[in-house]
Design a protein around this ligand. Structure first.
Ligand SMILES: C[S@@+](CC[C@H](N)C(=O)[O-])C[C@H]1O[C@@H](n2cnc3c(N)ncnc32)[C@H](O)[C@@H]1O
Length: 246
């Protein structure tokens, strides 16, 4: 499945939690400031902008599978970054990166084996990878609410997410040629200020694409009704740090 389109303007408004989560991940790259860095799954460019502050004398390239997200990132960042649309599963680069950052993206990608090979090949030997995405158990309370709504159009569908566990991720990274691998889970509860818009854009976008236009808003409301008030999404993030072997 190719990456889907996003409502980029709404994501830009709703993604304060993702920006807050991403700051620690940027810190972990421990940048000198002159590196060549890839933001893999840049979304609307808010995290890319924070990354840019850390590489004043370097280069940031931003890629995303959604053209709408890339357009939004270009609007935010202008010519400070080169941003383009690509499926990370098809990523090829001519000039390798010193570091790759990715936040809130890998759980949207089913084939982590292939993804890690593509990222490995995009790094120079010794180049570093710092990632955070949804991990095992992520937003389990939301999944319970989705299951409780039991919409006929979603029955039997495994859902859009790949919430991987640390152990299997470590093994996949090692098989792809990474070393110095660290993987761990981190709970991060999110209380969205506007649950309806947040769920529509950030959490349930892929679900809604399987429903007719008329069914979408009532489905979001039905999921929210199944959740405890005030609405809290129990995020569990999978962090990974690794280095391409020399
Ligand atoms: C929740 S957003 C995260 C954006 C940003 N990194 C942040 O933390 O706010 C997830 C992004 O992953 C992108 N994405 C999903 N699958 C992808 C793929 N196979 N290749 C490239 N980008 C992908 C989506 O288009 C979307 O912009």
């Amino acid at each position: 499945m190719p990456p889907r389109e996003w409502n980029a303007a709404s994501y830009d408004r709703m993604s304060d939690p993702q920006l807050a989560m991403a700051r620690d991940v940027i810190d972990r790259l421990d940048l000198r400031g002159d590196e060549r860095v890839l933001d893999a799954g840049c979304g609307s460019g808010r995290v890319t902008e924070a990354l840019l502050e850390r590489v004043p004398n370097g280069t940031v390239i931003a890629v995303d599978g959604s053209q709408a997200m890339v357009d939004q990132a270009r609007e935010r960042l202008g010519d400070r970054v080169e941003a383009f649309a690509v499926d990370l599963l098809d990523l090829t680069v001519t000039q390798p990166f010193d570091a790759i950052l990715s936040t809130a993206t890998f759980h949207w990608i089913g084939d982590h084996e292939r993804l890690f090979t593509r990222l490995h090949d995009a790094l120079r030997p010794g180049g570093r990878l710092a990632v955070q995405c949804g991990g095992a158990g992520n937003i389990a309370n939301v999944q319970v609410a989705i299951d409780a709504v039991d919409h006929p159009a979603l029955r039997g569908w495994p859902g859009p997410w790949n919430f991987a566990a640390p152990e299997e991720t470590t093994q996949r990274l090692a098989r792809a040629g990474f070393t110095d691998i660290w993987t761990w889970l981190q709970p991060w509860p999110v209380d969205p200020p506007d649950p309806r818009e947040y769920f529509t854009t950030v959490i349930l976008g892929s679900h809604l694409e399987r429903l007719s236009e008329d069914e979408r808003a009532p489905f979001v409301d039905a999921v929210l009704e199944k959740m405890d008030a005030p609405v809290r999404a129990n995020y569990v993030r999978l962090n990974l740090l690794a280095r391409r072997a020399n």
